[in-house]
Unconditional design. Sequence first.
Length: 764
Amino acid sequence: MNTNPTCSEGNRTLVGNPENLDSRDWMDLVYNNYDKKFGFKSVFGYNSPEIFNLSSLVTFSVPYNRLEGTFPFDLGFNLPNLQVLNAGHNLLTGSLPASLSNASNLVEFDITGSLFTGKISIDFGGLPNLWWLILASNPLGSDLEFFDSLTNCRNLKVLDLSDCEFGGSLPYSLANLSTNLLSLRLGNNEISGDISVGIENLINLTEVQLQKNKFTGNIPAVLGNVSKLQLLDMSENELLGRIPPELSKLRRLYLLHLNKNHLNGNIPLSFGDFQYLQDLDLSENNLSGEIPKSLMSLSSLTLSLNLAENRLSGFLPSEVGRLRNLEYLDLSENRLSGEIPVSLGSCSTLERLNMAGNSFNGHIPSSFSTLRGLEYLNLSRNNLSGQVPGFFQTMSFKNLNLSFNQFEGNLPSEGIFRNASAFSVTGNNNLCGGIPDLRLPYCQTDEAGNGKSSGHGLELMIPLLSGLLALVLIMSLIIIRRLTKTKTETFVSSHSEIRMFSRITYDSLYKATNGFCSACLIGAGSFGSVYKAVLDSGRKIVAVKVFRVENRGNIKSFMSECRALRDIRHRNLVKIYSACSASDYSGNEFKALVFEFMPNGSLESWLHGYPNEQNPNEGSRILGVRQRLNIAVDVAYALEYLHHHCQRTIVHCDLKPSNILLDDDMVAHLGDFGLSKFVPEFISKSHSMSSSVGVRGTIGYAPPEYGLGSNYSPDGDVYSFGILLLEMFTGKRPTDTAFKDGLNLHNHVKMALPKKSTKFSTRR
């Protein structure tokens, strides 16, 4: 470590050795050496023993570095006034010091994503003020005996022990944890036994994650009494019995995952009583009976409905058409029959639809032509008949599987049907036409003008019958082998897989941008540059945001965008396709994000009459009042989703016209989450949370309090949205040079309003 280090705190620069710095300066020094690899002993050890004398130290926060080493065994004795200890996402090892029991003022303890091991010997009973305890993603690998001491932490609100290799069973002391507890995360461990150990006593829980364990027994019906519960995930366990109808009393629930268990019986009819449920996964169980009509009427379902791999039977209710905002529907591998409801065409936001492995019959409804956003469609292994719809040629499919049905007639040859690797029609013996790669017979035309398979080819093949028979046998063996290997050859049926980014290399991005040439450059800023790129052999146009990694803040921005965009999906947010963290050809660090390309550029260029960003010769562009209103509504929808409908509230922190992008249809998409921040659900919207990274946002758009205390909250985004509205309908930026001597955008608008209408605010 440099013996004469420097760091910045606001506009102040600190220079000198550790012994010359007070406790706050020392913490800034450590935090601002981001991504520099030095041993933890450089902080806590032989090189700087002075830190042991900082008994007044209140906050020690060094997450997302490469710190190595162990915690000193006497850490809690030397820092008795410590309130915040956050060392997550480092390379720290060893056991957690028992002396932390002496840090009685500790409020927040977070070591997420490190390498700590050994049995937890901390007596949490000595930490009465503790409200945030996150030990997640550390191979601690012991039992949960320390739970008994947690019962004395009466202020505990967040407990995250996920992915720690804990075993044994849930201790009965769980029922005696603080009733203030809001979040209980025990997922991805080896915990076994019964869930019914008094969890219903924690009446203020909003989040329970027990997924990927070895729990057995029934789902406790008394969970329905935890009325504030919003997220319940008990997937990938060994739970038995029926799904208790009492769960439907959880009216605030927005996510319910019970998939990959051994549940049986019917889907409760009462599930239609949910009011806010957005994501329901009951797949890979032994559920039977019909799909309740009430469930298909649940208009709140927007993210996913997954009922795959059960024993559901009967018809698909026509009420499915009420799921107008649903993005993902999977009914595959059941025993459903009858015709596909015409009303399914009303689900206009569907992106993925899987109905494979059932007994659906009849034709594909013409109403499917309205599913313009559908990217993945799997209707394989049913009894569907008729012709393959011609309108499929005009849809934006990425993958289409119609194999093993009874389709007949002329197969289209445009759109997706031009790429043999993107669709499958195997097992439809009466199809003809199509692209030459498929080697289907030529089509004859009957009296009605419909195509049908020609018989002339058969006459020509009679002399080769014996050879073809051998070929057919070989192909049959290949097909049978493939079918036994995978149930669905090309369709991604796992909801978790949908949310994973596809991997992309530096080499592919280099080639897709012609070596990041200036001709492909479409924008630049302090973060780096944005390039237009062509991937998938010219089939996919994307925008590649390349970060200037020499700036430490840009790497944080990259990580913030990855965390924010990992799990969120909304039509008014810019869609992310992939992320790349690698080295370039010179061995330098390279970080980039790959986004959906927006042909109409940013709102900034439209508001202020700039030439088209991709076609400068097109001249100025003007937005009409109705277009401005539609864009404002789109942005409002995006903010509402981030603030109220995500698993954890997200504050964007940098809402401005240049971060609002417009697609072909002038639909607005909010982008640039480099300054975004997660806010725990239990934080009141009326209270902001402080940040130590300096002023967030852009001058003119950020609320005044961001400049004073670096605070962030959903209300800050609302303030920025108000400024955005004023700019959109006046055409003036908040930083316009005309605004001086006390005049600002607010007063400018106020003066233009009638005297009786001058009371307005950008606040909600």
